[in-house]
Design a protein around this ligand. Sequence first.
Ligand code: DAH
Length: 336
Amino acid sequence: MQDILNQIDQVRQRALAELAAVAAAAELETWRIKYLGTKGEVKNLNDFISHAQGPDKKTVGQRVNPVKKEIEAAFEEKKGSLSSDVTAVKDYIDVTEPGLRPEIGRTHVITQVTNELTELFGRMGFTVAAGPEVEDDFHNFVALNIPSSHPARDPNDNFYIAGSENAGLLLRTQTSTVQIRVMETQPPPIRVVIPGKVYRPDTMDATHLPMFHQLEALVIDKNVNMVDLKSTILQFVHAYFGPDTQIRFRPSFFPFTEPSAEVDVWFPDKNKWIELGGCGMVHPNVLKVLEKHGLNSEEYSGWAFGFGIDRIAMRKYAIPDIRMLIENDLRFLRQF
Ligand code: DAH
């Protein structure tokens, strides 16, 4: 029994003596492993407790535990004094070791595609315009020739801003709102593209999000016609998706265009038509905004389109599910 207590004291004396001799952080680590590591000598003192029998267990425990505490406290103190000792820290840092490479961020795939699109249309003479995401009744509906009885105004199809009943504020459902804002601020000739977020209370699935992105285009001048519209879209589609793609117009209806069409793109590799969005000749009622500038709106004509940016990105990169765009999974995002 006395022999065990002596052994405990010896470990204590050795540990403290060696600790006192430690002069640098690296040495301290070696000491720590030797004494306080999982297989270290101080940890091994526990074996004395578990091997002791009957009342000896208590005697051994009462010796081991304060010794452990004392050694651990001495270690902490030493650690503190070494880290405040500049020469010791210098010893510890290996300046030849390669550093941690900082992670470089990147733009989101939707931002990348948006930039590609505005850059491409920039080369075709378009400038970029923007408008607010919280819109009023006038810009989202009235000025776009959407009458108050129109089903598009249904509260179930729009995110109205609570408490804005009189002003009728809502998250814009389409970037077409910015057509009005551009015509209000600038007289023709107008040649703009408008990328932006739009909001609709759709149920989320592989092809729908309550927030998605559109690229709107608006051209207003004298003698603008549907041939301009179709050839501009064809040029864009060939430049962006490749010369083997084709387009087709399907007659459609939008309150703010007349005539209106839906545009599909033919992808030979997929052997499939994929819908790009809507387009048409700007409705005479919408052109009336130009009267703000003292112009006779009947002297002008224009065309517009609104395409889904998410859909374009998904087609370009074969992304199977639109929800991947907003999940922030780095394994996905790092691919772009
Ligand atoms: N705003 C329409 C939508 O979100 C798309 C659209 C159709 C835009 C025709 C246009 C257009 O500019 O001329 O469904």
